[in-house]
Design a protein around this ligand. Sequence first.
Ligand SMILES: [Mn+2]
Length: 463
Amino acid sequence: MVSPELSSHYNNSNHHYYSSSMAKRKAFPGLTDGFLFLGGAFFGLLLVWSFSSLSSSTPRFGSTVVQSDSLGVDGKKPVFPGCGSDGVNLRYDPPEETFYDDPEVSYTIEKKVEDWDRKRREWLKLHPSFIAGARERVVLVTGSQPKPCKNPIGDHLLLRFFKNKVDYCRIHGYDIFYNNVLLHPKMKSYWAKIPVVKAAMLAHPEAEWIWWVDSDALFTDMEFKLPLERYKNHNVVVHGWPKMIYEKKSWTSLNAGVFLIRNCQWSMDFMDTWANMGPISSDYAKWGDIQRSTFKDKLFPESDDQSALVYLLYKEREKYYDNIYLEGEFYFEGYWSEILPTYDNITEKYSEIERGVRTLRRRHGEKVSEFYGAQREQYLKDAGNGRWSWRRPFVTHFTGCQPCSGDHNQMYSGQSCWGGMVKALNFADNQVLRKYGFIRHDLLDSSSVSPLPFDYPDDGPWG
Ligand SMILES: [Mn+2]
């Protein structure tokens, strides 16, 4: 549950750029009529003035104009695109009917969506400001259970895992949605994401990709950008290996905890097929039996989302293999116990590179981080990718650690799970904090930071 204090804080920060105009509006009822008139006249003048000074664009708020004027360079008034941060118009929804007005279109997984590509295209046509950049637009979707965690530090860990995703999305200009309610009562635990992903596809016709990332996975390379160009002829991307599917027949031949899915009709149909191997199906028990007899290494009887996905690839290779990209080149997600021992060496390697390259050592605004990420690439050519690489792993996945329930797999001690998560979270957060001028020197100590020296000292942790 969210406390009233937390939710009001959330609302405030969520609408922070409305705050100045909202505050003015709220102040009006308490003012005298004369004052109100003067105030109104002043804002009227301000608007006339601002429209005449920014001929080609329409400012969203009066306050933006006042600020923009103060940022004028060389005596020239800056020209703003006029809309949202990436040029999209968040205040425009024309009255023409779209799929949203069609009572037959349903967000639930029990009802199919038909002709989605046309419906999405028509929505985009009616919202032209979203067309530029639509092919690369990504919405990250994640979530957790509706109730407080059983593990006493579970909610704290989930908060940090979520903060990590928010940080990554802010750096790369992606939207993010955190869901914490079951959208279908039968689709619990690992099945819960499918209804959420479908709902997100309908809620975000402006996005080409929905990116599901489990709550127990985190970004450990904050600057790495998804190679979307590589996936242009595919509709789903997961971390996986064809040999493991077709030769070893293993239910762990891919990981379904992180996947990209294209917002299109093919994906709607695919999710329908996928979901129907889960608890909403009358054949749920049968699917469990089929999975266990196909994948000998699967030890539990219930049908699960991951085995279902492997099964579709295995059984209907012609239908699915070309559409599903098995990313095996880098840690699209990676197994934490394999990654954890590499963080220290990676930190050293990266600081060695940064010490030697003026551009990379330079401080910079967080917004331009992608530039520095791209600059670093040329020095990472020898690093390799994935296992045994000294490149920062893109996503570290704490499979089996269950941060919220605390019911970690008996293979690991709770200590290695919790210590591992703290280390990974701090390893990732150092990459963010650096842009704010601070750094944690000890990855196992979450509470202590030091100002980041302008240059690397000759000795000490970075020497
Ligand atoms: Mn997971």
